[in-house]
Design a protein around this ligand. Structure first.
Ligand code: ATP
Length: 274
């Protein structure tokens, strides 16, 4: 797993302000920030804060970004791992890794654990999926260990486990029970206004001919169905294009070129998936 610890000066520093749009999701995770900052207040009122939340939604829409922002805003360490790292593991290694992750987290409370692509380890256990193979035994052990760790957290306070997936339908029901990932936060594709905001966010870092607001609305109109990651990609492609043709400023034509290019890429991707 990877660790970003603001307390030892490694903080990546993604703030809420860096996450464009996602107003409701931000409000929901704000509660975790507040809890991490003043747990004693919640305890004195007898309130039980959820141990974890699932961030649900299509790829590239800001799940990881939002989870990191929670850690930055609460000024706590961010320990993350990707569920897909566990796919090839054998001999109980997956379960051991989960144990290590929680062990490390307990040393660093208050903190955030983030499990990206949790569906890779949290799939419905054998019997529930057709065509299960020998590999299931291993991933079952990994999933069981995760459940054990989350249940064990009752006594260890101030760890919030956030996990992301775009396949909530394949998750084992045990993961969704109260006391585990019983909160679900939807991080969907951005709408028109959100795309505009994401463009403005990413155009800020680019040497544009005019201010970002001159381009963002039009770009948002041109990009229905695009994710935040696609938008970040467009902004970068535009800057790369301007650099290639030796311009000193990025202009409308570079942005239009980049939209075309990224549309081409997303089309290829969706063909490959069908
Ligand atoms: P995955 O499921 O593929 O892990 P994700 O939802 O976790 O995707 P992120 O890693 O958070 O996606 O987003 C990828 C990149 O896209 C970010 O680093 C950022 O540059 C950009 N991005 C996505 N959503 C937003 C947003 N709401 N505001 C600003 N930038 C965004």
């Amino acid at each position: 797993f990877t660790l970003v610890d603001p307390l030892v000066g490694q903080g990546k520093g993604v703030k809420f302000a860096d996450v464009a749009g996602l107003k409701e999701a931000k409000l929901e995770v704000m509660e975790f920030v507040d809890y991490l900052k003043r747990p004693e207040h919640y305890k004195s009122l007898g309130a039980k804060v959820p141990k974890g939340a699932l961030l649900l939604g299509p790829p590239g829409c800001g799940k990881t970004l939002l989870a990191k922002a929670v850690a930055t805003e609460a000024n706590v360490p961010f320990l993350s791992m990707n569920g897909s790292e566990f796919i090839e593991m054998i001999g109980g290694l997956g379960a051991a890794r989960v144990r290590d992750l929680f062990k490390e987290a307990k040393k660093r409370t208050p903190c955030i654990i983030y499990i990206d692509e949790i569906d890779a380890i949290g799939r419905k256990r054998s019997g529930e999926i057709s065509g299960a193979t020998g590999a299931t035994g291993e991933s079952e052990q990994t999933l069981n260990q995760l459940l054990v760790e989350m249940d064990g957290m009752a006594t260890v306070e101030n760890i919030i486990v956030l996990a992301s997936t775009n396949r909530a339908d394949v998750l084992d029901k045990a993961l969704l029970r109260p006391g585990r990932f019983d909160r679900h936060i939807l991080i969907d594709l951005p709408d028109l206004e959100e795309r505009k905001q994401i463009f403005e966010q990413h155009l800020k870092g680019i040497a544009l001919e005019l201010a970002p607001s001159n381009y963002s609305k039009n770009l948002a109109f041109l990009t229905p169905g695009f994710s935040g990651a696609d938008i970040a990609n467009i902004c970068n492609e535009a800057a790369l294009h301007a650099a290639r043709v030796k311009k000193t400023k990025v202009t409308k034509s570079d942005l239009e070129y980049a939209v075309e290019r990224v549309v081409g890429g997303t089309e290829k991707r969706s063909h490959a998936m069908t």
